[in-house]
Design a protein around this ligand. Structure first.
Ligand code: FE
Ligand code: FE
Length: 185
């Protein structure tokens, strides 16, 4: 944070030609933009913190990711606060609906995978944005942490695609086939 600030004013002060007043104005604007971005960064972090914590209940493996978000809060000198993520709540609700409504079998599996991929894509979008914000803000350590989780989310998404392609969709179509055969008899 401090590092990026000093870099910003350095950049302004090395520029020749402009009057002192203009320099201050530009420096102020830069600082304001950076603090607004910091605010946005913090809000997004609170959102994904809530989302990851909600996911921990369903997937215990995500605990490491929760810890990383806490580390990013620490790096920015902010208290780790979760703000309810309406989007993730909706995605989890939809996954639960599929599990309740579909009877066990390949169709249900396909539905669960689809719901899982929606979750991963939401996370990928969030971490991608956070990573970019951190880079702009000069938070190098935060960039590394966010990138680590972003890569895990990408891997999880890829795995789901592989599972969906290899087994579930084939089975689902087979199930459908037997059903049509039965009904045509
Ligand atoms: Fe995650
Ligand atoms: Fe994930």
């Amino acid at each position: 944070m401090d590092k990026s600030k000093s870099n910003g004013s350095q950049y302004v002060s090395t520029r020749g030609g402009s009057s002192k007043g203009a320099q201050t104005k530009e420096a102020n604007r830069g600082e304001m933009q950076s603090s607004q971005l910091m605010k946005l960064f913090e809000e997004e972090l609170k959102d994904i913190y809530w989302a990851e914590k909600a996911l921990t209940k369903a997937i215990p493996k995500t605990e490491e990711q929760v810890k990383r978000v806490e580390q990013v809060f620490e790096l920015t000198g902010k208290k780790a606060v979760a703000k309810k993520c309406e989007a993730m709540e909706g995605l989890i609700k939809e996954a639960e609906e599929i599990m309740e409504e579909c009877e066990e079998g390949a169709m249900r599996d396909a539905g669960i995978i689809s719901a899982g991929q929606k979750v991963e894509h939401y996370e990928m979008a969030s971490y991608g944005t956070l990573r970019q914000f951190a880079e702009t803000l000069g938070l190098t350590d935060a960039v590394a942490l966010l990138e680590e989780t972003l890569n895990e989310e990408k891997i999880a998404d890829k795995k789901l695609t592989e599972v969906a392609l290899s087994a579930v969709n084939v089975e689902a179509s087979e199930e459908e086939e037997t059903r049509t055969k039965k009904s045509s008899k």
